[in-house]
Each structure stands twice: as structure tokens, then as C-alpha cells.
Design a protein around this ligand. Structure first.
Ligand code: SAM
Length: 326
């Protein structure tokens, strides 16, 4: 079979895939799935574990090294631990991580760790119970904090806290910093991306001034973290605290983008902020050979856009984040 690299037209090596294992979620964050939303993918269209294992196995033969389960809320997919075990065992896959809202993490943490998930990203927009209920649509702060403690006890490292910066929670950033220092978590502050109507209506908080304030207040210096993600990191000189900034709007990071995203129904999105996509379900269910699927993967990578246009064309992406996976 062809050589083990996937390089796009702009010379970027694609070795990271985010898999949305379900588009459903138990939360209704103000910037994501709207209350009352019903247009979820039909279960008959969800790629099965066998289909996912085959497809990701072929990606891995072409140089895929890292996979992250996301969603929707990945822990809502039944037997997700079994899927984790299968993906983590694929030859070539070096790293399996999970993005979760942690509401269901406590009962699953140990099994996920044993299955081969090593790293966790947990969404936490506030440490105030009422705010969480308002921003995330459900009163779940207690459950999320319990999930985080279970994740820590199970030995996940690092655990990163994803906080989307909004007018409603910027006053809490210092408190979140203290919380992360206490627990040994890495904080990541995220600019709201204009995905779907919900987020577009809210506007974003520019993280550049906040970054400079934190730099001064905590004496932070530039830091590098392995993992190839989009965040730019700062840390205290003793590395006791690290904070990352994901700034798709104020400073995009497309030139180093190494990732693609696969939806639960088998659509490969080549860019979070563009419509370029390729469907794999018809191939997987239509008897395509491995060689045909490999050729389609290569063709898809050739379609990867140079960059998103969240700033210049914010009206462009109609889907919500749960569909593509954050
Ligand atoms: N439910 C899982 C979780 O909470 O991590 C995985 C999916 S969720 C869509 C992934 C991340 O995307 C979350 O941290 C969420 O806050 C973030 N997110 C959702 N919509 C967003 C938007 N419009 N802009 C920026 N981040 C967004």
C-alpha cells in the first residue's frame, strides 16, 4: 500500500483525527446545541464500531497517530469504552484522548483509562453552580466536579479544562486559574467560534488582552506543550501552572493545522470552519475495498482548505459544534 504519510496541498502532515462518536449531548450550552433541537443523526446512520475500527485502521496505515473522541457528549455513546479499547489497539495509533463535559465521567473514568485513553479535556465554563445551569443549560456543576476528581484519581494526565470565554464568565478567569493551580489542571481559554446561530449571536471575547493580563499577574512565560493542538501556552517558570489560549478569531492557527474530523455518520470534515467534506459511509456499507477507501482518504486530504474564515465570513458555518465535534 501507499507510503505512510498524509500531506495536504499546503505541506501540512495530517496525523490527528477527532471522532465525534455521537452528536447527542446531555447539555444545552448557550453557544452550541439550541434548546429544542431535534435534528440529530439517525442511529441507523451511526458508523458501527466495526466500521470505525476499519476506517481508522486505514487512516493509521496512512500515518494517523492521534485520535480524540468528542461529540456531542462522547460518554453518551453506549459502550464507548469498548470503542476506545479497539481504537487504542490499532497499529500506529500512539495517543487516544477524550473531550467530555464530565457529567458522566465518574462512573467511566477507570474503565476508560484501562481501555487506553490517556488524556482528558473537560469543559468547564464556570465554577458557580447557577452560572453553569444558565450557560450549560443544566444544573450539573456538582457532577462535573465529581467527574474531574474521578479523572484525577484514575490517573489521567494531563487533564485540561476548556473554558469558553464569554461576557458572562470573563470575571471568573482568575478564580478558574486558582482552581486549576490547586488541582494541577491545565487551563485552556477558548474564543467563541461563530458556528451555528447560537454562537454567532453571542460574539466573542478577544483573548489577547486577557493573555497579557495573566502574563503580568502570574509572571507567565511562553511554554510549549506536546500534542500538536492549536493552543498557545504560557506557564509559570516552575511549570506549576500552564494556561493555553485557543484564539481562532484573534489569531488563527491554520498554518499548523494537522487534523481532520469525522462525524458519527461517517462524514470527514476537512476544516472546522469550511464545508469541505467527504462521505465514507456509502463506501463502508457499499462493499468498497481497502484500496478504494485509502484512495478516498488521500483525495479528501487533498481537499483540505488552507484556512477557516471565521473572521471574514462568520455566516459561513451553519452546523453547530456538536455535529462536527469540537
Ligand atoms: N461534550 C464534549 C465536551 O464538552 O468537551 C465534546 C464536544 S464539545 C462541542 C467540545 C468543546 O467545544 C467544548 O469545550 C465546548 O465548550 C466547545 N464549543 C462548543 N461550541 C463552541 C463554539 N461555538 N466556539 C468555541 N467552542 C465551542
Amino acid at each position: 500500500m501507499s507510503s505512510a504519510t498524509l500531506i495536504d496541498r499546503f505541506g501540512r502532515r495530517i496525523e490527528y483525527l477527532r471522532l465525534s462518536v455521537t452528536d447527542r449531548c446531555d447539555l444545552r450550552c448557550v453557544y452550541c446545541i439550541p434548546e429544542g433541537f431535534k435534528d440529530f443523526e439517525e442511529p441507523a446512520h451511526w458508523l458501527t464500531f466495526d466500521e470505525l475500527e476499519r476506517l481508522l485502521g486505514l487512516f493509521a496505515r496512512l500515518g494517523l497517530k492521534r485520535v480524540r473522541f468528542t461529540g456531542g457528549e462522547p460518554l453518551l455513546r453506549r459502550n464507548v469504552t469498548e470503542l476506545a479499547r479497539r481504537v487504542a489497539s490499532l497499529p500506529g495509533i500512539e495517543d487516544l484522548s477524550l473531550s467530555t463535559n464530565a457529567t458522566q465521567l465518574a462512573p467511566h473514568a477507570e474503565a476508560l483509562k484501562a481501555a487506553g485513553v490517556t488524556r482528558l479535556n473537560v469543559s468547564l465554563d464556570s465554577l458557580d453552580a447557577e452560572r453553569v445551569a444558565r450557560i450549560n443549560g443544566r444544573p450539573v456543576l456538582g457532577q462535573v466536579l465529581a467527574g474531574l476528581e474521578a479523572g484525577r484519581a484514575a490517573g489521567f494526565a494531563p487533564i485540561k479544562i476548556n473554558m469558553v470565554a464569554m461576557q458572562e464568565n470573563v470575571d471568573e478567569i482568575d478564580r478558574m486559574v486558582e482552581y486549576c493551580i490547586d488541582r494541577g489542571f491545565i487551563l485552556r481559554l477558548i474564543e467563541l467560534m461563530p458556528m451555528g446561530d447560537t454562537a454567532r449571536k453571542m460574539g466573542y471575547v478577544d483573548l489577547q488582552p486577557i493573555k497579557e493580563q495573566l502574563r503580568r499577574r502570574f509572571g507567565l512565560v511562553d511554554a510549549l506543550l506536546p500534542g500538536g493542538g492549536p493552543a498557545r501556552y504560557l506557564a509559570t517558570p516552575d511549570r506549576r501552572f500552564t494556561v493555553g489560549f485557543i484564539t481562532p478569531i484573534s489569531q488563527h492557527f491554520c498554518d499548523t493545522c494537522n487534523r481532520v474530523r469525522l462525524t458519527v455518520d461517517g462524514v470527514l470534515h476537512l476544516c472546522l470552519g469550511q464545508e469541505a467534506r467527504v462521505e465514507f459511509r456509502p463506501l463502508l456499507r457499499g462493499g468498497a475495498s481497502d484500496a478504494e477507501i485509502v484512495e478516498t482518504i488521500r483525495h479528501a486530504i487533498d481537499m483540505k482548505p488552507e484556512r477557516h474564515e471565521f473572521r471574514d465570513a462568520p455566516e459561513k458555518v451553519l452546523r453547530f459544534m456538536n455535529m462536527t465535534g469540537g
